[in-house]
Each structure stands twice: as structure tokens, then as C-alpha cells.
Design a binder for this molecule. Structure first.
Ligand code: AMP
Length: 189
């Protein structure tokens, strides 16, 4: 299966992606995790991405698209994948369409994980404390949410027009949300 999970920062995409991808036997590919790994290891990509991430901005499409193109060419992604946190902009949607067309593949569905804004701010603040994430100060959190509303939320209509989106309520226990996502994936057929 080739799936996307879209939703605001803090909705639980990362946690759910790993659980769902494990069950389906496909890799969960998180662009945020890949960027964080590169920042931590001070790679060239990490050095370029760090300032954007620290400010809660999107890393430029050119870098992000290149990273995803490379990652989707690996062997483990040939029989399917769950992309978490990509695409986030229109040029990223276009690039993903191109990559899939080149591979003569297509997406099976898009999981839209929804959650209330105030709940998200408090979740993100807690996570920042627990994980020491430098991109999660209160100001940066609000900016990340705004950016999601302005840049990424509009993309949902592109996939809705293709009849691919399943909306899932992201509030509740982790297991409950996983069950809702399982049901959504079953609906993709
Ligand atoms: P995430 O863990 O998905 O919230 O991503 C953390 C940070 O990585 C984001 O705030 C961005 O700075 C960067 N990032 C992750 N995915 C993307 C993407 N698809 N496009 C641009 N920047 C991204």
C-alpha cells in the first residue's frame, strides 16, 4: 500500500505511522525524522535544514523533494510506504505525483488525522519538554500551526477531489485512534 498521513503538528502522525506501517509491513517515512537525524549528525543536509526547522519554517521544497525522491528509490519502499509529513506544499504534491508516475505506481489513500488547535498546542508543549525539541517553543509551535493552516491544509482538497481522503479523529487513546485508522485503510480497499 502507498499511503499518506496528513494532519497538523502534534496530531499524533508520528506515533500512528509507526504502528500502522508495522502492521502493513511497509516503511513509515517521516521527512521530519529524516531531517532531525541529519541535523543531529551534522550532515550537509542537516546544516542546510537546521535554521528553517528551529524557526518552525518549512525546509525549502528543493531540498525536501530531493530527499523524498532518494528515499522512495530504496528497496524497502518498492512494495509500499506510509509517508508522514510529506507532501506539505503544492510543489511537493507535484513532485510526489511525478515520482509515482515514473514508478508507474499510484497512491492508495490519504489519512487525514484531525485534532483541536488548543489541544495541539498543549500536546506540542509537553512533547517539547519531554524530548527537548528545539523547534517546539510556544511561539514556534503557534507558527508551525499557522503554516500548516496556510500551506498544507489547502492540499487536502486536491486529494479529496481525487476521492482519496479518509478523515480520522485524532483525539483519544493511542489504541483507539489506531483502530479508527485501520478502519479508514480498510475503506481504501
Ligand atoms: P515534523 O516532525 O513532521 O513536524 O517536521 C519537523 C520540521 O521538519 C518541520 O517543522 C519542518 O521544518 C521540517 N519538515 C518536515 N517535513 C517537511 C516537508 N515536507 N516540507 C518542508 N519542511 C519539512
Amino acid at each position: 500500500m502507498r499511503l499518506l498521513i496528513i494532519g497538523p503538528p502534534g496530531a499524533g502522525k508520528g506515533t500512528q505511522s509507526v504502528l500502522i506501517a508495522d502492521k502493513l509491513g511497509i516503511p513509515a517515512i517521516s521527512t521530519g525524522d529524516i531531517f532531525r537525524f541529519n541535523v543531529k549528525n551534522e550532515t550537509e543536509l542537516g546544516k542546510k535544514a537546521k535554521s528553517y526547522m528551529d524557526a518552525g519554517e518549512y525546509v525549502p521544497d528543493s531540498l525536501t523533494n530531493e530527499l523524498v525522491r532518494d528515499r522512495l528509490s530504496h528497496d524497502d519502499a518498492q512494495s509500499g510506504f506510509l509517508l508522514d509529513g510529506y507532501p506539505r506544499t503544492q510543489p511537493q504534491v507535484d513532485t510526489l505525483d511525478e515520482i509515482l508516475a515514473e514508478q508507474e505506481n499510484s497512491l492508495d489513500g490519504v489519512i487525514l488525522l484531525e485534532a483541536d488547535q488548543e489541544e495541539l498546542v498543549s500536546r506540542l508543549a509537553n512533547r517539547a519538554r519531554e524530548q527537548g525539541r528545539t523547534d517546539d517553543s510556544e511561539e514556534v509551535i503557534r507558527h508551525r500551526l499557522e503554516l500548516y493552516t496556510e500551506e498544507t491544509e489547502p492540499l487536502i482538497s486536491i486529494y479529496s477531489d481525487r476521492g482519496m481522503v479518509a478523515r480520522v479523529d485524532g483525539l483519544g487513546e493511542i489504541g483507539e485512534v489506531t483502530e479508527r485508522i485501520d478502519a479508514a485503510i480498510a475503506s481504501f480497499g
